[in-house]
Design a protein around this ligand. Structure first.
Ligand code: NAP
Length: 281
């Protein structure tokens, strides 16, 4: 069996072409206005700066504007809360991205939750998570929502299948599990206190690696014919799953890089366009 490659770069490019048309149509309807994404970067972590830059570039590729707010590493929670309040109140801003992680003195959860629901295009608020988990409308958290879109593009069926999600972070594992549950998968969530992870992974029809440790999930734990989704990305171009030996054994797999990563940014942009359309149309 040769694995189908779940090509996130390709799907993101296809979606960008469609989004560019939607932005153009919105501009015509609204006297030249476009959706606007405000990005907030706190501190000088180079990886975070790169991610924010990539998000701004993606906005430009589809004809949208972005506003980049950069705050010093010494920023306090209250300063950041005030900044977010101003963006909430600004009618020219349709989406707010607070780049994770923020410096440790900041209460990140409080700042995420300050983002107004209708501008939470990265899907990071408790309110958005709760609504999504209850099947109510809300923007999905960008990485897991991007994974769901990628699986849907390739017609990967989740109903009745056993999905094993390794990781339970607020921005990845937890919302991933809720989205797969909503798609009628039977979901197991694993974490650092899980006993006998290997046995659970062996049962997975669909395995999602969201651990943050290079090639932590070994290829020989994964059964033949499984669907393999790797959210990780580490120096050397490896993910959280040992992918190389799986290429002729599983039914479908995300490449690293070029699988989940492009879909994350693409989902953020898509949800900002939706928010812009709601506000401007
Ligand atoms: P995180 O916040 O560090 O969470 C890691 C999760 O893995 C935690 O839930 C942790 O369990 C679990 N874990 C750690 N060690 C484990 C072990 N030995 N056995 C089982 N579970 C274990 O990381 P994250 O932000 O969710 O990111 C996960 C991965 O996705 C990283 O590789 C990151 O780079 C990648 N990522 C990619 C994108 C993208 O756009 N492509 C976006 C975000 C993240 P506990 O909860 O018990 O500590």
């Amino acid at each position: 069996m040769t694995a189908q490659i779940l090509d996130g770069k390709h799907v993101a490019e296809l979606t960008e072409a469609e989004l560019a048309q939607r932005v153009e149509a919105l501009k015509e309807r609204s006297g030249g206005r476009t959706p606007v994404l405000a990005t907030i970067l706190v501190g000088d972590d180079p990886a975070s700066a790169t991610y924010v830059k990539m998000k701004g570039n993606a906005c430009r590729r589809v004809g949208m504007e972005s506003v980049a707010i950069e705050l010093p590493a010494s920023t306090k929670t209250n300063d950041l809360l005030r900044e977010i309040e101003q963006l909430n109140a600004n009618p020219d801003v349709h989406g707010i991205l607070l780049q994770h992680p923020v410096p440790s003195q900041i209460d990140e959860r409080a700042c995420f939750d300050m983002i107004a629901l209708e501008k939470d295009v990265d899907g990071v608020t408790c309110l958005g998570f709760g609504r999504m988990a209850m099947g109510e409308p809300a923007y999905g958290c960008a990485t897991p929502q991007g994974i769901m879109r990628l699986l849907a593009h390739y017609n990967i069926e989740l109903e009745g299948r056993h999905a094993v999600v390794v990781g339970r972070s607020p921005i990845l594992g937890k919302p991933m599990a809720m989205m797969m549950l909503a798609a009628n998968a039977t979901v197991t969530i694993c974490h650092s206190r899980t006993r006998d992870l290997e046995t659970l992974v062996r049962q997975a029809d669909v395995i999602v690696g969201a651990v943050g440790r290079p090639e932590f999930i070994r290829a020989d734990w994964i059964k033949d014919g499984a669907v393999v989704v790797d959210a990780g990305y580490h120096p050397g171009g490896v993910g959280d799953i040992e992918l190389a030996p799986l290429a002729d054994r599983v039914s479908a797999m995300t490449p690293v890089p070029g699988g989940v990563g492009p879909m994350t940014i693409n989902t953020l942009i898509q949800q900002t366009v939706q928010s812009g359309e709601r506000a401007l149309a």
